[in-house]
Design a protein around this ligand. Structure first.
Ligand code: GMT
Length: 381
């Protein structure tokens, strides 16, 4: 098949999933065309059967807000027409699915046809899509897609509840990991031993947006650090990083917290972690938590959104109500002080991630969906 993929190319779970999916599809013999405003961060510069088409928004003094959605639609139309794509797969509903619909409407007689697949990732449904400014266009874009997927049962149910969309059937296809990449035995932890000094390593990876509650991460760590010699490694960047830094100073643990900023390749870092913290208000899935589990790192987090579908409470980590700092810290301390329990939970985490979220099985689900969607269009009178 010839598949176009559009996603947010910068840091974030939806861009990571879209890129890993494209790479895996190309490895299985499909032709994959990324259509985005920047090379996706997890995409190597060259891979067989993979193209990257940059969307150029241009500049014009009249445009206080340059119309990216339209430039994207134009580029999508060109790529569909010139490469005869079978499928345009949009990750994150707006504006991607909307631009894809415009691109398809632009196709003239003889220029080809294309099926539209939309994957919902999270805030496109739970926050942005329900904003009054975007609600109806989000619903429209979902309804105009030939197939819609959500990354968790939670997000599918939220979609039905928020949009009650007509004629759309949301299929759950979860996020996935490459089992070989997230094998902690394969990596050398890149942080020097004289920095870690034998202490336990707690880790958090995110885009530091308010939904992540990064102050809670530092608060949990401060309690752990008071009982267990430990270091907190914070990976990523975003608007609330300064708050997390301030919290670390206020709690007196700043010297034990490393802010590493944005890092593309996280598997070697996860391979050296003892615990992963994810305290978000809401998380439709929690890809970083899955990557941690696959690396044998138990997750301590908030019981919210789709995270309980990823972390099995008591078996691969511990979940507590959002904001329950004491509960999360108590679970973390207990686990770190019980090496046998930690080892069995680490093994359970790695095994469960491979059993339920392995790349091969999940990518096959997407392939089957594309094939069904194409077949349904051919069968249509
Ligand atoms: O929806 C977002 O806010 C952005 C998106 C991203 O690009 O990171 O995150 C969502 O998609 C990820 C990949 O499917 C999920 O793992 C995240 O849980 C989800 N974020 C939220 O629901 C807050």
């Amino acid at each position: 098949m010839k598949i176009g993929i559009t996603c947010y190319p910068t840091y974030g779970g939806s861009g990571a999933v879209a890129t890993e999916l494209g790479i895996a599809l190309a490895a299985r013999g499909h032709e994959v065309h990324f259509i985005t405003y920047q090379q996706p961060f997890r995409l190597p510069s060259f891979l067989p059967r993979v193209w990257f088409h940059e969307v150029d928004v241009g500049r014009y003094p009249l445009f206080e807000f340059p119309p990216y959605d339209l430039a994207l639609a134009v580029r999508m139309h060109e790529v569909v027409r010139d490469h005869q794509l079978d499928v345009l797969h949009c990750h994150y509903a707006i504006p991607h699915a909307t631009s894809a619909w415009i691109a398809r409407e632009m196709l003239r007689e003889g220029e080809g046809d294309v099926r539209l697949v939309t994957t919902l990732h999270g805030t496109d449904i739970t926050i942005v899509g329900q904003d009054r400014s975007f609600y109806t266009i989000t619903r429209f874009s979902i309804e105009k897609s030939d197939a819609v997927t959500a990354v968790s049962d939670y997000l599918r149910d939220e979609t039905y509840q928020a949009f009650g969309c007509v004629g759309c059937d949301v299929e759950v296809i979860p996020n996935f990991i490459n089992p070989e990449l997230y094998d902690r035995r394969r990596h050398v932890f890149p942080i020097p031993a004289d920095v870690i000094m034998g202490r336990k390593v707690l880790m958090h990876i995110s885009n530091f947006r308010p939904v992540k509650r990064v102050r809670d991460i530092v608060r949990v760590f401060a309690q752990v650090n008071a009982q267990v010699p430990s270091v907190l490694v914070m990976i990523g960047d975003g608007p609330d990083r300064v708050d997390a830094e301030a919290e670390a100073r206020e709690r007196g643990v700043a010297e034990h917290v490393l802010f590493l900023g944005k890092i593309d390749t996280i598997a070697p870092l996860l391979a050296g972690a003892d615990l992963f913290l994810l305290t978000s208000d809401n998380e439709s899935f929690g890809l970083s938590a899955l990557e941690a589990l696959a690396s044998g790192v138990p997750v301590i987090g908030a019981r919210a959104g789709g995270l309980p579908e990823v972390v099995t409470d008591g078996e691969t980590g511990f979940l507590h109500p959002v904001g329950d700092i004491d509960g999360m810290a108590a679970s973390a301390i207990a686990l770190l002080q019980d090496p046998a329990r930690w080892a069995s939970m680490s093994a359970a985490a790695a095994a469960d991630a491979r059993r339920r979220f392995s790349e091969d099985a999940v990518v096959a689900q997407y392939e089957a969906l594309y094939e069904r969607t194409i077949a349904a269009a051919v069968a249509r009178p």
